[in-house]
Design a protein around this ligand. Structure first.
Ligand code: AMP
Length: 433
C-alpha cells in the first residue's frame, strides 16, 4: 500500500519538545565464545523447548500466506531431531486480546510444519501449559515434535510472569531461543524462562545465533572504514541509531525522506520534500557531533524531484538544496549515487537500514537499487555487509541481491533496537550465563 505525501506527513508524530542528545553508555560486547553453542551440543535423548517466531500471516481460510518465519527455524529443529532429540515448540501468533480464539490458534500451522520437516511426526497441545502439555511432552520420543498452543492466550506471557515461565520451563530439558524477532521483549518465553535453566542448558538456536553474531560483528568488531547507510522516511525513527553510530562508524550516508530534514537544517531549499520541522535542531546537533567525532556524514548532493507523489509524476535531477517550490525529492540523484557508491566501495564494514527513495515506484527506485548494487560489489570485494530493517530488506529482495550481501536480518524491531545500542532481553537472558 502506498501513502501519498500528505498521508505520509500525517503519519509523522506530533511536534515534540527538543531533547538534547544524551551521551550513550558503551555497549558491552557479547562473549560469544563463552556461550554454550548450539552446533556443538548433542541433543540425543533430550527434549528441547524452543521459542520460535511462528507469527505468520494467515488468510481467511487459515492458509499461511508467507512462511518465511517458519522456514527460517527449520535448520534448528532438524539439527535437534537428527541428533536423536525431540522438540517442543512454543510461539505467539497475532495479538489475541481476550484469551483463546480459534483465529489465533497455532493448530492451523501443524500440517505445513509437518511438510517443512519432511513428514516428521508433529503433535499439537491445545494449551501451552497444563496437564495435556505436560503429558504430551513427557511422551515425546526422539525425532518427534510437539507444537504448543499460542503463548499469548495467557496475558502472563507478555507480562513476563515468573510462575508462567516456570511452568513452561518444566516441559523441556534444554531451552533454545530461536526467536530473534521478539528478542527485544522481556516476555515469559523469550527472557524470563531462561532463569529456570542451568548455564549449559540454555542457548541460541541457529537463526538467533546468526543474527546475534552478525549484529555483534558490526557493532563491536567492525573493520574500518565502517559505513552506515541510513534511509527511510523519518528522522525521529532513526535518530537513536544515528547517535549510536556516531560512536562507531567512520562514514554515515543519509538518504531517503529523512535527508531533507538535514538539508533544510543546513539552510537548503527543499520545496515540498518530507521534513520534520521539530527535528531541525536535532539534525544540526548530529552534524555538529559528527564533526567533533571525525565521522563523515554524507547527504545527497542531488535528488530526483517530482511534481507530485505519484508513479506518473514529472521528474528532474536537481541539487538537493535548491528544490523548487511545489516539487519534492523522492530519490537520490545521479551525482549522489556516484558519491555514495564510492564511499561504500572503500568500506570494509557496511550496515544498511532504510531505502534511499520511494523505491516502491519505478521512477524512484534507481537510488536504492544502485546502492544495493554497490553494497553487493563491496561485499564481493571482501566487505562484511549487514542489511537490517523492514524496507531495506524488502529492497534487496526486490532487486534479487539478498544472496550478494553478507547477512540479511529478519529481526525487524529487535535489530533496530540493537542498533540503537539497547541490550535486548532475549539476548541478555542467555548471554548472562
Ligand atoms: P522507513 O520505514 O522509515 O524505513 O521508511 C521507508 C519508507 O520511506 C518507504 O516506504 C519509502 O517509500 C519512504 N521514502 C524513502 N524516501 C522517501 C522520500 N524521499 N520521500 C518520501 N518517502 C520516502
Amino acid at each position: 500500500m502506498y501513502f501519498n505525501l500528505s498521508q505520509r506527513l500525517e503519519r509523522l508524530e506530533p511536534l515534540q519538545s527538543l531533547q538534547p542528545l544524551e551521551p550513550l553508555q558503551p555497549l558491552q560486547p557479547l562473549q560469544l565464545s563463552s556461550m554454550s553453542t548450539f552446533s556443538s551440543y548433542s541433543f540425543k535423548d533430550k527434549k528441547a523447548l524452543i521459542r520460535v517466531d511462528f507469527n505468520v500471516p494467515l488468510d481467511d481460510q487459515f492458509q499461511i500466506t508467507d512462511d518465511t518465519r517458519m522456514t527460517a527455524t527449520v535448520p534448528t529443529i532438524k539439527k535437534i531431531l537428527s541428533d536423536g532429540g525431540s522438540v517442543i515448540l512454543m510461539s505467539h501468533l497475532g495479538r489475541p486480546k481476550e484469551g483463546p480464539a480459534d483465529k489465533y490458534s497455532l493448530k492451523h500451522l501443524v500440517s505445513h510444519l509437518t511438510t517443512l520437516l519432511g513428514g516428521a511426526s508433529v503433535d499439537f497441545a491445545n494449551d501451552c501449559i497444563g496437564q495435556e502439555a505436560i503429558d504430551k511432552s513427557a511422551a515425546l520420543k526422539p525425532g518427534e515434535v510437539l507444537l504448543l498452543e499460542n503463548l499469548r492466550f495467557y496475558k502472563e506471557e507478555e507480562k513476563g510472569d515468573k510462575a508462567f515461565a516456570e511452568k513452561l520451563s518444566k516441559l523441556g530439558d534444554v531451552y533454545v531461543n530461536d526467536a530473534f524477532g521478539t528478542a527485544h521483549r522481556a516476555h515469559a518465553s523469550t527472557a524470563v524462562i531462561a532463569d529456570f535453566f542451568a548455564a549449559d542448558k540454555k542457548m541460541f538456536g541457529l537463526l538467533m545465533e546468526g543474527e546475534v553474531i552478525s549484529a555483534e560483528k558490526v557493532m563491536h568488531s567492525a573493520e574500518k572504514p565502517f559505513t552506515a547507510i541510513i534511509g527511510g522516511a523519518k528522522v525521529s525513527d532513526k535518530i537513536l541509531i544515528i547517535e549510536n553510530l556516531l560512536e562507531r562508524a567512520t562514514d554515515i550516508i543519509i538518504g531517503g525522506g529523512m535527508a531533507y530534514t538535514f538539508l533544510k537544517a543546513r539552510g537548503g531549499n527543499i520545496g515540498n520534500s518530507l521534513c520534520e520541522d521539530d527535528r531541525l535542531q536535532t539534525a544540526l546537533e548530529v552534524l555538529e557531533k559528527a564533526k567533533q567525532k571525525n565521522v563523515s556524514i554524507h547527504l545527497p548532493e542531488t535528488s530526483i524531484i517530482a511534481d507530485k507523489f505519484a508513479a506518473d509524476a514529472n521528474t528532474q535531477d536537481c541539487p538537493s538544496d535548491a528544490i523548487p517550490a511545489g516539487w519534492m525529492g523522492l530519490d537520490i540523484g545521479q551525482k549522489a549515487v556516484g558519491v555514495f557508491s564510492e564511499v561504500i566501495l572503500k568500506s570494509k564494514t557496511i550496515l544498511w537500514n532504510g531505502p534511499m527513495g520511494v523505491f516502491e515506484m519505478e521512477k524512484f527506485q534507481n537510488g536504492t537499487k544502485s546502492i544495493a548494487l554497490a553494497v553487493a560489489e563491496a561485499t564481493a570485494k571482501g566487505a562484511f555487509s549487514l542489511v537490517g530493517g523492514g524496507d531495506s530488506v524488502a529492497a534487496v529482495n526486490k532487486f534479487h541481491l539478498a544472496d550478494k550481501v553478507s547477512y540479511v536480518s529478519t529481526g525487524g524491531g529487535a535489530m533496530l533496537e540493537y542498533f540503537e545500542g539497547k541490550e535486548l532481553p532475549g539476548i541478555a537472558a542467555i548471554k548472562n550465563i
